[in-house]
Design a protein around this ligand. Structure first.
Ligand SMILES: C[S@@+](CC[C@H](N)C(=O)[O-])C[C@H]1O[C@@H](n2cnc3c(N)ncnc32)[C@H](O)[C@@H]1O
Length: 490
């Protein structure tokens, strides 16, 4: 069904970007899946495209795109061949086709983890910039993607207006209400919509207005088009930070050309970009200590120019500074705030209930979070256990020197973080398939030393793995009461 109003674009016209970019995006998608090299710029474009799917394909407000979280993504539901995703803070939800869902999943698994930065708070947001911060403006990202494909910009307001017009002309009252729900125009309406998960049938109604999946315009590739005439569109702000957000500096990438970059007046960004890449390459090579090894690394990368000499790398190499966990202020800050933005709670919808997933990769030994709770003696812990009707789930017993201690994470929310869930207590158990292990240490907080139980990676951990550690108990630990807890043997 195509609805035309004179002087106004059709939905299909508004969605031209999705069709035009699709072929390129499928190429990037394939390379991501096969773990081939994908440049940082391609990854950024892929992120823009995922955002565009939501704005142009699902008529979402930019705020809903910016507000989407990793837990929201992990807890998506599958219904009638659709994937339903909620954005609770923005009170929006949308229902994706399997293909759209696969695109967003590729973003989550392969693009987002590269952006996660150790000391930058991403607030658990699904879309983050290469600097690790939540994206600032989905509208700007959309117009950047339009500029990249040399297509006149279409804003979220514009497509929403077009959809409303189309719906008012072609739909009955019930269908119109469904569309209003889908686009979440008012908080109460959106709230009901979110709770009732009506997104699925509404998507079908909206899809009847127009579908961008048609291949008619998707044959064009951006590579041939270049961007010479989009210089003014792409960015007037000659700020190097903005520049590297669009053209992230990578080990393997080529510097953007003056024209392609859309910064026409001088070459200072080009020079800065090359200097930043040189620094990155230097950092990459600084690990190994022999000229021979460095030479081989350079060769393996295929670098023929703009790389440091192996001899200089060897001269510069210093052993890495030993990090002392006990005095690590950043770690103390995280423990205090219970801010572990690389973790997300997921509902597995099986006997495990909820658990914790890694939203980025960890190397063996990396600190993942602490097991947060009240520190008590093991004796006190046992009394709490005996008086509790709960399962043993939230008490962890350990030894510190000659002392038998226990972290009691039974009380939720804890007194010090009354408005949030803490991560350690939500991790599930595994004896045979664990990837996390508890590590006791005494952290030297300014207010005094504190016995702390850190949860560290027991092996290298991949993005989206469920995190599990050995609770250190077995079925006999409960004077026979735990004999039916088969999961303790897993
Ligand atoms: C510390 S809590 C973990 C978080 C819990 N799953 C939740 O939803 O809040 C421990 C409880 O989780 C469940 N659990 C933990 N590991 C499990 C596993 N491997 N299989 C099944 N259930 C598990 C048990 O009910 C246990 O008492």
């Amino acid at each position: 069904m195509t609805v035309c109003v004179e002087g106004q674009k059709t939905i299909s016209e508004c969605q031209r970007l999705l069709r035009n970019a699709k072929k390129d995006m499928l190429g990037i998608f394939g390379n991501l899946q096969e773990e081939k090299i994908v440049s940082a710029e391609e990854k950024t474009l892929f992120r823009y495209y995922c955002e565009a799917i939501l704005i142009l394909g699902h008529f979402q407000r930019p705020g809903a795109v910016e507000g989407m979280t990793v837990p929201g993504w992990l807890n998506k539901t599958h219904l009638n061949g659709r994937v339903c995703v909620g954005v609770s803070q923005q009170i929006a939800s949308f229902s994706l086709t399997p293909e759209e869902s696969a695109f967003l999943d590729a973003h989550y698994l392969y693009v987002r983890p590269d952006c996660v930065r150790e000391n930058v708070d991403d607030d658990g947001k699904f879309f983050i910039s290469p600097k690790g911060r939540p994206i600032r403006s989905a509208s700007n990202d959309l117009s950047r993607l339009h500029a990249h494909y040399k297509i006149p910009s279409v804003t979220s307001q514009e497509i929403q207006r077009v959809v409303e017009t189309a719906a008012s002309t072609a739909f009955n009252e019930e269908q119109k209400a469904m569309v209003a729900h889908y686009m979440a125009h008012s908080t109460p309406v959106a709230n009901t919509h979110y709770r009732l998960r009506t997104a699925i049938c509404t998507t079908a109604v909206c899809a009847s207005l127009a579908g961008y999946s048609s291949e008619e315009e998707s044959a064009g590739s951006s590579k041939k088009r270049g961007r010479d005439s989009s210089e003014e569109d792409i960015n007037d702000n000659k700020d190097f930070d903005n520049f590297v957000e669009v053209f992230p500096v990578t080990l393997t990438g080529q510097p953007p050309t003056k024209n392609a970059a859309g910064f026409p007046q001088d070459r200072c960004f080009y020079d800065k970009w090359r200097a930043a890449q040189f620094g990155k390459r230097e950092g990459y090579l600084l690990h190994p200590p022999t000229v021979d090894k460095v030479g081989k690394m350079v060769k393996k990368q295929g670098w023929t120019a703009n790389h440091p000499r192996p001899e200089d790398i060897v001269a510069k190499w210093r052993p890495p500074k030993k990090c002392h966990i006990e005095t690590d202020e950043k770690l103390m800050k995280r423990i205090r705030k219970q801010k572990w933005s690389w973790l997300a709670i997921k509902d597995y919808e099986d006997k495990r209930g909820q658990g914790v997933n890694a939203t980025r990769a960890f190397v063996k030994g990396a600190v993942i979070c602490d097991y947060h709770g009240e520190l008590v003696t093991a004796e006190e812990g046992r009394k709490i256990l005996e008086s509790s009707t709960d399962e043993m789930g939230y008490l962890y017993f350990f030894t510190s020197g000659s002392q038998q201690l226990c972290i009691n994470a039974q009380t939720h929310p804890c007194r010090c973080h009354p408005t949030m869930e803490t991560m350690g207590r939500k991790m599930n158990h595994s004896k045979n398939n664990l990837n996390v292990k508890p590590q006791h240490c005494k952290i030297k907080f300014p207010e005094g030393e504190k016995d702390t139980l850190l949860l560290v990676a027991a092996r290298d951990i991949a993005v989206d793995e469920e995190l599990r550690f050995d609770y250190g108990v077995n079925r006999k630990s409960f004077r026979g009461e735990g004999l039916d807890r088969e999961w303790l043997d897993e």
